[in-house]
Design a protein around this ligand. Structure first.
Ligand code: TRP
Length: 323
């Protein structure tokens, strides 16, 4: 096989602590209000289902954000400035950054992800597609503070955090995360971040309750995974997907609702469910432009610009450290 330029990346391993699926599930199900942390959604099947969600007609965030990035790439590049080091925490397949690379023309791109093999593959593909770009892949847990393993010889550092993943943090944790990013990019640094907006409840409810049932399958897959990997005996079909907009908290809540009174065993642990009792699986907070800018300021950023779509469904903010 032909050796390609794809091999030509630098790799840094921060050796992120792997999550303890078993203890976190036992702890979460043992609470008075049962929870399962959303980071466990993404096994192979969960990742496949989430990709399918992103293509659903009702799930507007992915395509809306991509359209904003496409439509405003030149203007965004003007704000980000030339020759930066572009760092992407939670880069996954590095899909969205491709909409910006030709405009932003960073001197280096640092995809950062907890999943090492997927990260290396994705970084190699970016490197092959953009031969002029220096690629420095970093295996790390972006929810922890991090010093960059590579500092560019000159120029500033800008982080890219699309997908409204910020909405999956509790608001206090979101500010903490933004402050970590501010520390990571340093004094002249910036952050380009996608944030889902507060909007019409019908649109939100539809986005998390699609007509084909893909979202329900994605939520239930958590239980399938727990059965398979932790030897549990969830009767998966007796749990309903329930997602709704909680206006007071400004968030979409995702739950799995037990249809009946039942007992579930995870290894030697017994968990009782009353009929209609729920397992809370994720929150997706929605922010007005002003509410998000307030969080950004608390974390040490200044809002520089914001781009939205014509329907005001989604926002992309550019922030700079300090001032
Ligand atoms: N991070 C996604 C979001 O907040 C996750 C998501 C989309 C999700 N649809 C879901 C989580 C349905 C649970 C159930 O938009």
């Amino acid at each position: 096989m032909r050796q390609s330029a794809a091999e030509d990346i630098s790799f840094y391993d921060n050796h992120p602590e792997p999550a303890d699926f078993y203890s976190e599930v036992i702890e979460g199900l043992g609470r008075k209000r049962k929870i399962i942390p959303p980071k466990f959604f993404y096994d192979a099947e969960g990742s496949r289902l989430f990709d399918a969600i992103c293509g659903l007609p009702e799930y507007y965030p992915t395509r809306t954000e991509m359209q904003i990035l496409r439509d405003n790439a030149a203007d965004i590049a003007g704000h980000v400035g030339e020759d930066c080091l572009l760092v992407e925490p939670g880069s996954g397949s590095s899909h969205k950054v491709r909409l910006l690379l030709d405009s932003i023309r960073p001197s280096a791109y640092m995809p950062m992800d907890i999943s090492k093999d997927h990260l290396i593959g994705a970084a190699q593909r970016v490197s092959a597609e953009y031969p002029w770009l220096d690629v420095h892949a970093t295996c790390a847990d972006f929810t922890e503070p991090l010093d960059l393993p590579y500092e560019p010889p000159q120029g500033h550092t800008v982080a890219f955090f699309p997908g409204s993943s910020i909405g999956n943090f509790e608001p206090e944790r979101a500010v903490e995360f933004l402050a970590n990013i501010a520390a990571m990019v340093g004094k002249q640094g910036g952050l380009l971040i996608g944030v889902d907006l507060v909007m019409d409840h019908e649109i939100l409810n539809a986005a998390y309750n699609d007509s084909q049932g893909v979202t329900a399958a994605f939520n239930r897959n958590l239980l399938v995974r727990i059965n398979r990997e932790l030897g549990a005996d969830f009767d998966v079909d007796s749990f309903d997907h329930h997602a709704f907009y909680n206006a007071q908290e400004s968030r979409v809540e995702m739950h799995l609702v037990s249809e009946v009174d039942q007992v579930v065993c995870v290894n030697s642990h017994r968990f009782e469910f009353a009929g209609n009792e729920t397992i809370h699986t994720e929150n997706s907070y929605k922010y007005s432009i002003e509410a998000f800018q307030t969080c950004a300021r608390e974390a040490g950023f200044s809002p520089i610009n914001v781009w939205t779509d014509a329907q005001n469904l989604f926002s992309v903010h550019y922030l700079e450290v300090g001032k």
